[in-house]
Design a protein around this ligand. Structure first.
Ligand code: BTN
Length: 248
């Protein structure tokens, strides 16, 4: 039987490794490393990856036709894992690729298409970093509001154990995604607690404030502002306590 998790000690980035070895890795497996020396985040940011502290993993999804499909399956599997291992944590999905607790980021995802030499799509590598055991000091040093499981709940979770449970839930979510993508999309939308709220999105072409009305089937945010419904495909959503009112 193929191994559901491939454990590495240290690597530049699990996403880069999974892309490089995409053909030989089994479909649905997660490549996980104890440390990353060049962890990558969205929008060309760095992802700080100290040894043995957090989960750094990348799923190989050969049956995904677009990064957004991978986001839906992986983010729901990550919520399943968090709900099993830290049930008191009130985590939610924040468009496009984050998991938040209140106003602080707990996890981020980076989903990348993989193509062959003729530019034909082979599938998607879906990377995820989950803050598990960072201290308050480590979290404060991050350039945006960040949190972690230990900080929120007092629970210490071993990163490789988290990876095993994540692989278990991902297998389930991936089967559903492969057979009934619309049902995964509907569940993913339910976990996006900011839909319907007023918020600000900062993107390449400036910042917009409006009502987050819905998510299009391709994963774009539909933001109503100034009498129009704009489709936004990437950006950072800024939130504050007012925007979260009555959610928790
Ligand atoms: C983000 O929020 O900007 C996305 C962060 C994604 C980080 C993970 S850690 C494992 C995988 N390998 C990487 O280099 N990046 C992703």
């Amino acid at each position: 039987m193929d191994k559901p998790v491939v454990f590495l000690d240290e690597i530049d980035s699990t996403n880069s490794y999974a892309k490089l070895h995409f053909n030989s890795l089994s479909d649905g497996c997660i490549v996980c490393a104890a440390a990353q020396t060049a962890g990558r985040g969205r929008l060309n940011r760095r992802w700080i990856s100290p040894r043995g502290v957090n989960l750094y993993g990348s799923a190989v999804l050969k049956n995904c036709r677009a990064p957004f499909g991978a986001t839906t399956a992986l983010s729901l599997a990550a919520l399943d894992t968090l709900r099993e291992l830290a049930p008191e944590l009130s985590a939610y999905l924040k468009w496009p690729n984050d998991i938040y607790v209140a106003t602080a980021k707990l996890a981020g995802m980076l989903c990348e298409s993989v193509t062959d030499s003729q530019n034909r799509l082979l599938g998607v590598v879906a990377g995820i970093g989950v803050n598990l055991n960072m201290t308050a000091g480590d979290l404060a040093a991050i350039d945006q509001a960040a949190t972690g499981v230990l900080h929120e709940t007092g629970r210490t979770i071993k990163p490789f154990f988290f990876a095993e449970r994540l692989a278990f839930y991902l297998k389930r979510r991936y089967i559903i995604y492969s057979n009934k993508p619309e049902s995964i999309f509907a569940e993913w939308k339910k976990e996006n607690r900011l839909i319907g709220r007023e918020l600000t999105v900062v993107g390449f072409s400036g910042s917009r404030t409006g009502i987050f009305e819905d998510v299009a089937p391709g994963g774009e945010m539909l933001l109503r502002h100034g009498g129009t419904l704009e489709k936004i495909s990437s950006g950072d959503v800024k939130i504050d306590r007012t925007c979260l009112k009555n959610i928790f």
